[in-house]
Each structure stands twice: as C-alpha cells, then as structure tokens.
Write a protein that binds this ligand. Structure first.
Ligand code: NAD
Length: 282
C-alpha cells in the first residue's frame, strides 16, 4: 500500500488550524521568524515554501533578512533581539549561512524553546533524554508521524535505518529508541545492508543514494519509508528506494515525491504551535 504523505499532512494541518484558532481566541498569535542572511537561492525558495505552509494553518510569519556580508558580531546582536522577542515563538534560520559566519556558534545561540527546526545542541540532548519540551528535527519526526498514522506500534519492532546523519538518521534512531523499538543503524561503512535490514519490520532509508534499497533488501510486507531526495538526469525527483520493485514486496511504502517531504512541512508548523503553547503554558 502506497502511503500518501499529502493525506497525512492534510489531516495534521486541519488539526493545527483548529489549535491556532483556539490560541487566537485566547489572544495568542503563534508567530514564526524566518531568518535569512544573503541571497542564497535555495534559502529563498525554502523560506518562501515554509512561509506559505505556516500561513496556511494561520501562523503569522515575520520575514527577517540580513545582508550577506553582515559580520558575525553584528549578526549575533540582531539574532539576540529575535531570540528575546516575546512575540516570536519559533525561529527558522535558513541555512547554509554565508561561509564567513560561524554556523555552529549561531546554532548554539538559538533559544531551545523557540528552536522549531531543532538546530540547537540543547535540543539534541533533550531528544536523547526523551524530554517533552524537545523539538526533534522535523524529518525524523515526520517518519514517526507516518508510522503513527498507520496505527503501528513501535514497541519491540525491529527497525533498520539507512543513514546516520545529524539531521535525519541519528535523531531518528533516538526517537525510535524512545518508543522502545530495536534499531539497527546502517551507514556508508556498513558491510551487508541486506543482512542488516532483511529481517526488519520497518526500514527507513535516508542515505541520499538513488536506488540503494531493492527488493532483496527487505522482508516481505515490511514498512518502507523513503526519506531520500535525488534529482535524476531527467530533472525528476527520486528516492533512495527502487520503488517499482519494492512496492511489489513491501506492506507499506512512501513514494518520492509525495511522501515524507509533505509531512515534514506540517511538522514544522506543529512545532511553532507547540512553542507558543509552551510559552503560555496552555
Ligand atoms: P547526509 O549526506 O548528511 O547523510 C547520509 C547518510 O547516509 C550518512 O550517514 C552516510 O553514511 C549514509 N550513507 C550514504 N551512502 C550509503 C550507502 N551506500 N549505504 C548505507 N548508508 C549510506 O544526508 P542527510 O542530510 O541525512 O539526507 C539523506 C537524504 O534524505 C538525502 O537524499 C536528503 O536530500 C534527504 N532529506 C529529505 C528530507 C525530507 O523532508 N524528505 C529532509 C532531509 C533530508
């Protein structure tokens, strides 16, 4: 069965719209700042798309743009104001930042309670500790939401994760562990992928390698979640899973495009709402 991310996102957005309406009735206006430095085209595109998604559920967006040559000190000063502004509940810092800026130092400055994109090291610690105030990175949380949507309990499930990056694979491992799954984390140095994921009930692929997972890698009726995004020579988007053959063997599978990506945007919006609710303890 092919899992449509857009169906899941639509349901999440419907619930979020209701939550935002309830907050507005209490005079709380959930607000996100989208912060951009310079004119990086991918940041501009992603910023616009995030803005549309947030506004679609009623979240107010403040666009903050700085010149590409802003000095570290000056940026930190300005960033502090956004961090401390009580009317801003969530901060999305568009990356990559210009090379002269110290991205690690800036990420560490983000107020963890406004860190809706989960770039602050404190949030990673909170995810590890299973702290309910944590913001998990949006994509791994989207994977968990998809599995929840299917009504499949994670407790005791064997999960194989392809990829171990700080953005997807590693935080996903922690989220799975928090839900009492038994996980195997595979990466570029893993010797035998088929052996590691061949008996997994859930296989999540986030390696950025088109066609990495084929039908011989998965157990019959496994749940296959494809996070990968690869641009083919034809300009189309492809996942990391060889969809045409794996769909015939899997129990559930997410397509690319139209799978995890759609849910990821809804998760970002849910984080802004969560941040506003945490601030006012409602
Ligand atoms: P990354 O390059 O930072 O990490 C890739 C990981 O995959 C590494 O841990 C690496 O060891 C592992 N890997 C690479 N080749 C492998 C192989 N042959 N076998 C096993 N493991 C291998 O990438 P990332 O930021 O984690 O992103 C992974 C993919 O997910 C990319 O295609 C990216 O575009 C996509 N992505 C999608 C979304 C979304 O919302 N759908 C969000 C973020 C990333």
């Amino acid at each position: 069965m092919v899992i449509k991310g857009s169906d899941i996102a639509r349901q999440m957005e419907k619930n979020l719209r209701q939550e935002v309406t309830r907050l507005k009735e209490r005079k709380i206006m959930p607000t996100a700042a989208i912060v951009r430095v310079g004119e990086n085209p991918s940041c501009i595109v992603y910023g616009r798309s995030a803005e549309k998604k947030l506004e679609a559920v009623g979240i107010s967006v403040r666009r903050v743009a700085f010149p590409g040559d802003i000095a570290q000190g000056a940026f930190m000063e300005e960033f502090k104001k956004i961090n401390n502004d009580p009317e801003i509940h969530g901060i999305l810092l568009l990356r990559p930042l210009p090379l002269h800026l110290d991205e690690k130092a800036i990420s560490a400055e983000v107020n963890p309670l406004k860190d809706v994109d989960a770039i602050s090291p404190m949030n990673m610690y909170k995810v590890m500790a299973g702290d309910i105030t944590a913001f998990s990175p949006c994509t791994p949380e989207a994977v968990i939401d998809i599995i929840d949507y299917l009504g499949i309990g994670l407790e005791g499930k064997k999960v194989a994760i392809m990829g171990a990056s700080m953005v997807v694979g590693l935080p996903l491992f922690l989220l799975m562990l928090n839900r009492n799954a038994t996980c195997v984390q595979c990466h570029i140095h893993t010797k035998d992928l088929a052996k590691e994921c061949g008996d997994a009930e859930i296989v999540v692929v986030a390696a950025g390698k088109r066609g990495l997972i084929r039908s011989e890698h998965i157990a019959p009726r496994a749940i296959v979640i494809d996070v990968g995004i690869n641009v083919g020579e034809d300009g189309r988007l492809y996942g990391d899973v060889s969809f045409e053959e794996v769909v015939l063997k899997a129990g559930y599978i997410t397509p690319v495009p139209g799978g995890v990506g759609a849910v990821t945007s809804a998760v970002l919006a849910s984080h802004v709402v969560k941040a506003a609710k945490m601030l006012y303890a409602v």
